[in-house]
Design a binder for this molecule. Structure first.
Ligand code: 5RP
Length: 230
């Protein structure tokens, strides 16, 4: 099976948790998009759900495929969020934000009774940090925030480049109008301590460590589907 097929299989397994009447948080990224495609097929044959998308990109795909949408304003409590991840550790702590949607993804996940992460096996790690940690920051004071992030990491024995995410020669701008700094600190043994340290920096809007949010991970590998519960 190639990488795309693994994503499809993980998405298909997640669909089994979706029932009529559910209010769904719908994630962002290539794996979440496979879920949207399969969900749209079910909607076309009568599944009655409403989705709150975690990005403009996901919203556009849902509209194109006919998945009914709401907003978190109108539907502030959700039954289930299905989303991808950049890394998943054995406790189901995640790194997310590779697609730049971490802020809305975290808000939507936190508003959901349950979050299922779908991923191929390459995303499973013993310790998070191989994937650079996305940190969403206010545009104002970018350089000062960048320096503060490096200093905060150093207090935890972490170091490494913190780089402004670019796209097409311009800084990447999130749906919320912020920038993203990708922090290559390497292994993050204490995610809670790093989370607290980052939140103490005023210019940090959100970071991509998802702690205690995912209740289930559906991991697709060449040898089948593994379901992990937190
Ligand atoms: C977007 C995300 C994505 O879920 C994450 O980047 C995984 O994406 P993909 O399924 O394309 O590998 O966090 O902000």
């Amino acid at each position: 099976m190639d990488a795309r097929q693994l994503k499809v299989e993980a998405a298909r397994a997640a669909l089994a948790y979706v029932g009529s009447g559910m209010r769904l948080g719908i994630g962002t990224g290539t794996t979440a998009e496979e879920f949207v495609r399969l969900l749209a097929e079910k909607v076309a044959t009568g599944l009655d759900v409403v989705g709150v998308p975690t990005s403009e990109r996901t919203a556009a795909l849902c509209r194109e495929l006919g998945v009914p949408l709401s907003t978190l304003e109108d539907t502030p409590e959700l039954d289930l969020t299905v989303d991808g991840a950049d890394e998943v550790d054995p406790d189901l702590t995640l790194i997310k934000g590779g697609g730049g949607a971490l802020l809305r993804e975290k808000i939507v996940a936190a508003a959901s009774e349950r979050m299922i992460v779908i991923a191929d096996k390459s995303k499973l790690v013993e310790t998070l940090g191989r994937f650079p940690l996305p940190i969403e920051v206010n545009k104002f004071g970018l350089r000062a925030t960048e320096i503060a992030i490096g200093a905060a990491a150093a207090t935890l024995g972490l170091s490494g480049p913190v780089t402004l995410r670019m796209t097409g020669g311009q800084p990447f701008v999130t749906d919320g109008g912020h920038f993203i700094l990708d922090a290559s600190f390497g292994r993050i043994p204490d995610t809670r301590a790093l989370s607290n340290a980052l939140f103490a920096i005023p210019g940090v809007v959100e970071h991509g460590l998802f702690i205690g949010l995912a209740s289930t991970a559906i991991i697709a590998g060449g040898d089948g589907i593994e379901t992990v519960h937190a």
